[in-house]
Write a protein that binds this ligand. Structure first.
Ligand code: NAP
Length: 312
């Protein structure tokens, strides 16, 4: 009899965790997936996923995630809501501490994803939920007919600027450099919106303050090349300046890179035997649903091999 409650415990229910769950379920391993609040991770707030193969017309993040979850359930994955407070790795099993409960896991897959990076500008914290947003799908419709701003130059800023064009009258896109980081395909679409006057791009510019009385009313901008300062009246600002890994709960259990993402090898193994990581939480080149899914499959397969060796 194995000396643990679950063969595998997966932490996080985004595409990486759900895919690991599908593979572990099909391998007939007793697997528990722990999710913090809602399943799906960041993909749930993506309006339209256009680059995940198999959906030529695109698919909403919510639907894609829901389908993955149903697929995992079909193969016997057990789900539970709960936040991991502490992890204690061990040679025979790993202890996963939740509120008032302790679980023994033969292997563990960290798929806790990443959250929104903050700008750190004065007013940002104060006006979050009062004009400062990190989720276009959640809050975009509130700005029908309004003038708003988007901050950032990556895929999220570009995708969500295009999404927000459906609601806002005008969008000021503020980027700190003179070139976007996001996909060329998205850049072309945003530049087409600029030609139509729907989007105005503020290159080489940063937000140094978010201003208002009870809610956002304006942004104080600074051109980083000329030093020129200006005030931009807006009804809301969407901040898409990247992501930070959800790894504080690991408390130094596994090796992390300088930004806090989990180091793994090509088999998704972390610095601790029997602990794997998959998806956005991992230190890697490209954070996409397609890469998260691949990570999840490898992590489950590697965990299965690890458990087989352990029981020999
Ligand atoms: P990202 O690729 O890291 O881009 C962050 C952007 O914010 C960059 O343009 C960066 O500027 C800017 N930025 C960072 N810190 C800033 C600060 N303090 N002030 C002002 N600007 C700042 O992040 P992301 O766009 O959220 O994307 C995260 C990952 O998800 C990426 O791997 C992306 O490909 C993926 N993603 C994919 C899709 C899709 O497949 N459709 C959609 C969304 C996201 P610099 O360019 O100067 O560094």
């Amino acid at each position: 009899m194995p000396a643990w409650d679950y063969d595998i415990v997966i932490v996080g229910a985004g595409p990486a965790g759900l895919t690991a769950g599908i593979y572990a379920g099909r391998a007939r391993l007793k697997t528990l997936l722990l999710e913090k609040l809602i399943h799906g991770g960041q993909v749930m707030t993506t309006d339209l996923v256009e680059n995940y193969p198999g959906f030529p017309e695109g698919i909403s993040g919510f639907e894609l995630s829901d389908r993955m979850r149903k697929q995992a359930e079909r193969f016997g994955l057990e789900f539970r809501t709960g936040e991991v407070l502490e992890l204690e790795p061990g040679p025979e099993h790993h202890l996963v501490r939740l509120q008032g409960e302790e679980l023994r896991a033969g292997a563990l897959i960290i798929a806790s994803g990443a959250g929104y990076r903050k700008l750190g500008a004065p007013g940002e914290k104060e006006f979050t939920g009062k004009g400062v947003s990190y989720c276009a799908t959640c809050d975009g419709a509130l700005y029908r007919g309004e003038t708003i701003a988007v901050v950032g130059g990556g895929d999220t800023a570009l995708t969500d600027t295009l999404f927000l064009c459906r609601f806002a009258e005008k969008i000021h896109l503020i980027h700190r450099r003179d070139a976007f980081r996001g996909e060329k395909f998205l850049q072309e679409q945003v530049l087409a919106q600029e030609k139509q006057g729907k989007v105005e791009i503020h290159w080489d510019s940063v937000v140094h303050e978010i201003q208002g009385r009870h809610a956002v009313e304006a942004l104080a901008l600074k051109n980083v090349k000329t030093g020129e300062e200006s005030r931009l009246p807006v009804a809301g600002v969407f901040i898409f300046v990247g992501i930070t890994p959800n790894t504080s709960w690991l408390q130094g259990c596994v090796s992390l890179d300088e930004w806090g993402f989990v180091f793994t090898d090509g088999e998704m193994a972390t610095s601790v035997p029997g602990i794997y990581a998959a998806g956005d939480v991992r230190s890697k080149l490209l954070r996409q649903i397609a890469t998260a899914v691949g990570d999840g499959a490898i992590a489950a397969f590697a965990a299965e091999s690890y458990l087989e060796h352990l029981q020999r």
